[in-house]
Design a binder for this molecule. Structure first.
Ligand code: ATP
Length: 354
């Protein structure tokens, strides 16, 4: 059987700084492609997001969703705008719809502190933080999404849903990902749903005796992440807890501009920076593209594993090394890291190092 050599990537730049940082991720992908003999990336750009909704009445058009289903992988920028909302006042979140439609149950959020990037924690050295927050993304407190209830303007409820299937698959993913330890974060001392999560986590852990297991309550975990972030490897948790913890962890490694992410399911995957559209800096050309570029690297690693293409996995390592070199060198530091380099200049510097 011949190996797959053409990879179809659906590119969804979205809104705000999503557009700027995606352009730099694409620049880096093109630089990778130039250096690979037998690999082509066929990139097609598709409309979606808040501005798309304003123009067409749809934030995730069927043609875009179809393209995402057919592509080998999806590269996404960021979506939403505080001033463009649905009639009920909520913001547009097509990226969340994509998670549901493509069953992207695993939110993979690596948090690594690179040399040259100051952490707000004075006692932490570069290289000391290297953890992954693994967020369950199809159920938990996000399960009710638009289906919460407000009763007579007096009582409001949202339902938290946990299923055995949902917990088993995210915990299995965690143990596959981990090198040394998986920490289960919950609130099992108070809620039945979280006690259920912990019970199933323990069942899955028993099948992976070579990886250590650990439990922590969410409140204690917020403390530990600040006090001793170097102790963690993979942290697996419910949807809402993962949402909050991944922003906290991003704060430890230089902020949202440094935090890549991947939304992975069994059949599809979407790669995007963990940040949003950052309306305060949109259009200024100063957004940090590193989170988006590292997300593109995660995409190549995932494609490489899926299609037994070792060179794609090697390319992912090269992207990470190029990012680390640019940060350590300090001449083209993005504005959020104390530098003066534009989004494009940072992207070009990373592409050049490849
Ligand atoms: P969302 O509601 O989707 O999380 P948001 O715009 O409220 O989106 P983020 O976009 O995640 O929040 O960003 C919060 C702040 O962090 C931004 O206002 C911006 O100042 C900063 N920020 C986020 N991403 C970047 C980036 N790539 N480069 C520089 N600063 C960033």
């Amino acid at each position: 059987m011949t190996k797959k050599s053409e990879f179809h990537i659906a590119v969804l730049p979205g809104d705000g700084i999503g557009v700027d940082v995606t352009a730099e991720a694409v620049r880096v992908l093109r630089a990778v492609e130039q250096r690979l003999n037998d690999v082509t990336f066929t990139l097609t750009t598709h409309d979606c997001g808040a501005v798309c909704y304003q123009r067409t009445g749809d934030d995730l058009p069927a043609t875009t969703l179809d393209a995402c289903r057919k592509a080998d992988a999806v590269l996404l920028g960021a979506m939403g705008h505080p001033d463009i909302r649905k009639p009920d006042g909520t913001e547009l979140t097509p990226q969340v719809t994509l998670r549901v439609k493509l069953d992207l149950y695993a939110g993979v959020r690596p948090c690594k502190l690179y040399p040259g990037v100051p952490s707000p924690l004075a006692n932490v050295k570069p290289g000391e933080i290297d953890l992954v927050i693994l967020r369950e993304q199809t159920e938990g407190l996000f399960a009710s999404l638009q289906a919460g209830i407000v009763l007579h303007d007096q009582v409001a409820t949202d339902t938290l849903v946990m299923t055995r299937r949902g917990i088993e698959r995210i915990c299995a993913f965690a143990f596959k990902l981990a090198r040394r330890k998986v920490t289960c974060v919950d609130k099992a001392n108070i809620f039945k749903s979280f006690a259920f999560f912990r019970k199933i986590f323990d069942e899955v852990a028993a099948k992976h005796p070579s990886i250590a297991k650990q439990h922590a309550y969410i409140d204690a975990m917020a403390l530990y992440l600040v006090q001793k972030p170097g102790q963690f490897d993979v942290i697996v948790t419910e949807n809402m807890f993962g949402d909050i913890l991944s922003d906290l962890a991003a704060g430890l490694i230089g902020g949202m501009g440094m935090a890549p992410s991947a939304d992975i399911g069994d059949d599809h995957a979407v790669f995007q920076p963990a940040h949003g559209t950052a309306p305060d800096i949109a259009g200024k050309g100063i957004a940090n593209p590193i989170a988006a570029i590292l997300s593109a690297g995660m995409m190549l690693d995932w494609l490489g594993r899926r299609h037994q293409r070792a060179e794609l996995q090697q390319a992912a390592v090269k992207i990470e090394n190029a990012v680390a070199e640019v940060l350590a060198d300090g001449k083209k530091l993005p504005v959020d890291q104390g530098g003066t380099a534009t989004t494009q200049a940072v992207g070009a510097a990373i592409a050049q190092r490849l």
